[in-house]
Design a protein around this ligand. Structure first.
Ligand code: SF4
Length: 452
C-alpha cells in the first residue's frame, strides 16, 4: 500500500520539518519491512502548496497523520483539505491521539486513531485494512464509523526493543542533518522512571499499567550496531547525541553501556542528565567515556515550583553540585529552564536568575512555559483558570501558555529577554565544527577566485 505519512510537529529553534523522531521513524521502518511504500511530509503550520505537492508525489492510498500534542490546529486544517479533495482513508497517531483519542477521531476524515506506541497496533491495522472482509478491530486502534466508536484496549508493550528495526532516517533528510550538524541522534530506549508533572510520561506510564515494563532500554550492542551503521551511511559524523532523559538513570545499564561504547566507538557524545540522580562518580565515568556536552533540566530556581508543582524531587543543592562536577570534569552543560510556570511570581523569577548566575552553565535554553496537553501540570492550570485562551497559537509564537494574575505574560516575556541577554544561549561550536566551517568557507573562496 502507498502510505503518505504527515508529521505535524512544532518548529524548534528553526529546525526543518519533517524532523527525525525515533518512534515515528521506527514505525516507518516497520511499514517498509511489510513492503508498504512510504512517503513523508512534515508540517509545523498549514501550508497548502506543500500538501498538494506531497499528495501529488506520493499518490497515497492512505494517509497516516502523526500529530504532536500541540499541533492539533495545523492537523485539523490540513486534514480538512484532504477530506474535501482526496477521499482518502486517514489514520491518526502520535501524542495528540494518545492524550485525546476522541478529539483525534473527530478530526476531518479520520477513521481510526492509534493510541500509545504504534508499533504493535498500527502495523497490524494497516495490514487488515487491505482486506475489508477481515475484522478490523485491533488492540490500541480506536475506530469511528456510522455505528459509533470502538475503543479496544491497548496492546502489551514491545519489551524487547532490540527486536525492532533501526529507525528509518532517509525520508527525514538525515544526510542533510548530518552535513549541517555533524551529529547523529540515538534513542536508547522508551519510558522514564521519573514523574515530572510538566511531562507526558506520567500519563503514558499510567495508560500502560499492567501492559508490560514501562521503562525499557536497548542492549548496548544493539545501540552500537546502529551507530556503526549510521556512520557508514552518513559520512562526517563527529558527535553522538543520546536523546533520552533516562540515559543516566540506571547505574548498572550505564556502566555496561559506557564500557561497550568506549571499546567500540571513538566519537564524543552528548546526553541528558537528571541532577537528582547523578552522583559525582557517574560524571567521572561519563567524562572518561567521551561525554562532551550535557543537557540538564533545571526548570526553575524555585524549590516550590520544582518540587511541589512539578514533582521533580530535585533540590537547589543537587543542581549546584551537578554543575560543579560537570565543570571539574570539563563537560560542557546546557541548562533548560521554563519561565511563567504555575505559581510563578516576580520573586521566583529572581530565584531562577540567581541560581543560573550561580551555576553558570555554558548555555541556557530559556523557554516560556507551555502546559503540555495530557500532563498533570496542565490539569492544575485548567482547574485554576490559568490557561491562556490562545494556548496552542501562543506556543507556536514562542510565548507562554499561562495567564497568571500575579505574573502576567508581559512580565515573563520581559524577564526571558533579560536572561537571554545576560547569559550565553548557544554552546560554542567545538573546534572541529569551527575548523570545518572555516575551512569550507576558505576553500569556497579559493574555488570562486579560480572560477573568476
Ligand atoms: S525525566 Fe524527562 S522524560 Fe522523565 S518524567 Fe521528567 S521530563 Fe519526563
Amino acid at each position: 500500500m502507498r502510505i503518505l505519512v504527515l508529521q505535524f510537529i512544532p518548529s524548534v529553534r528553526g529546525r526543518r520539518v519533517p524532523r527525525f523522531e525515533p518512534q515515528l521513524a521506527t514505525l516507518v521502518s516497520l511499514l517498509e519491512r511489510r513492503e508498504h511504500s512510504v512517503s513523508l511530509a512534515g508540517f509545523a503550520r498549514f501550508e497548502l502548496p506543500r500538501i498538494k505537492s506531497a499528495l501529488a508525489q506520493g499518490l497515497p492510498q492512505l494517509v497516516y497523520a502523526d500529530i504532536s500534542a500541540v499541533c492539533a490546529d495545523t492537523a485539523r486544517r490540513t486534514l480538512e483539505y484532504i477530506e474535501r479533495h482526496e477521499f482518502l482513508p486517514i489514520v491518526a497517531g502520535g501524542a495528540f491521539p494518545t492524550v485525546d483519542p476522541d478529539a483525534a477521531l473527530s478530526l476531518p476524515g479520520v477513521q481510526a486513531a492509534a493510541v500509545g506506541e504504534p508499533d504493535a497496533s498500527l502495523v497490524t491495522y494497516l495490514e487488515r485494512i487491505k482486506d475489508p472482509a477481515v475484522g478490523q478491530v485491533v488492540s490500541g486502534v480506536w475506530l469511528r464509523d456510522e455505528r459509533g466508536t470502538t475503543r479496544p484496549e491497548l496492546p502489551v508493550l514491545v519489551e524487547d526493543l532490540n527486536s525492532l528495526p533501526f529507525a528509518h532516517r532517509d525520508l527525514f533528510d538525515y544526510a542533510e542533518h548530518v552535513r549541517r550538524t555533524a551529529q547523529i541522534e540515538i534513542a536508547i530506549g522508551r519510558g522514564c522512571p521519573q514523574r515530572c508533572a510538566y511531562c507526558l510520561n506520567d500519563r503514558l506510564a499510567k495508560l500502560y499499567t499492567g501492559r508490560g515494563t514501562w521503562v525499557r532500554r536497548r542492549a548496548p550492542g544493539n545501540i552500537l550496531a546502529e551507530i556503526t551503521h549510521l556512520r557508514q551511511r552518513y559520512p562526517g559524523v563527529r558527535l553522538v547525541r543520546f536523546l533520552d532523559h533516562m540515559f543516566g538513570l540506571d547505574d548498572e545499564w550505564l556502566t555496561h553501556f559506557l564500557t561497550t561504547y568506549t571499546r567500540q566507538c571513538d566519537l564524543p557524545f552528548r546526553c541528558h542528565l537528571r541532577a537528582n540522580a547523578t552522583p559525582a562518580e557517574t560524571i567521572r565515568q561519563l567524562a572518561a567515556a567521551g561525554c562532551q556536552i550535557t543537557d540538564v533540566e533545571v526548570i526553575s530556581g524555585s524549590n516550590f515550583i520544582r518540587e511541589e508543582i512539578f514533582q521533580m524531587d530535585l533540590s537547589n543543592e543537587q543542581i549546584q553540585d551537578l554543575f560543579a562536577w560537570l565543570k571539574e570534569a570539563d563537560i560542557r552543560s546546557r541548562a533548560i529552564v521554563y519561565l511563567g510556570a504555575p505559581y510563578e511570581s516576580e520573586a521566583s523569577l529572581d530565584e531562577t536568575r540567581r541560581l543560573l548566575l550561580h551555576i553558570r552553565p555554558d548555555a541556557v535554553d530559556i523557554r516560556p512555559y507551555h502546559p503540555w496537553p495530557g500532563t498533570p501540570a496542565r490539569e492544575l492550570c485548567r482547574e485554576q483558570g490559568w490557561l491562556h485562551a490562545r494556548g496552542e497559537e501562543r506556543f507556536h509564537l514562542g510565548r507562554g501558555g499561562l495567564d497568571l494574575p500575579v505574573c502576567r505574560p508581559n512580565i515573563v516575556a520581559a524577564f526571558i529577554r533579560r536572561l537571554r541577554a545576560e547569559l550565553p544561549v548557544v554552546l560554542d561550536e567545538p573546534w572541529w565544527r569551527r575548523w570545518s566551517i572555516a575551512s569550507r568557507t576558505a576553500l569556497g573562496q579559493v574555488l570562486q577566485r579560480r572560477r573568476l
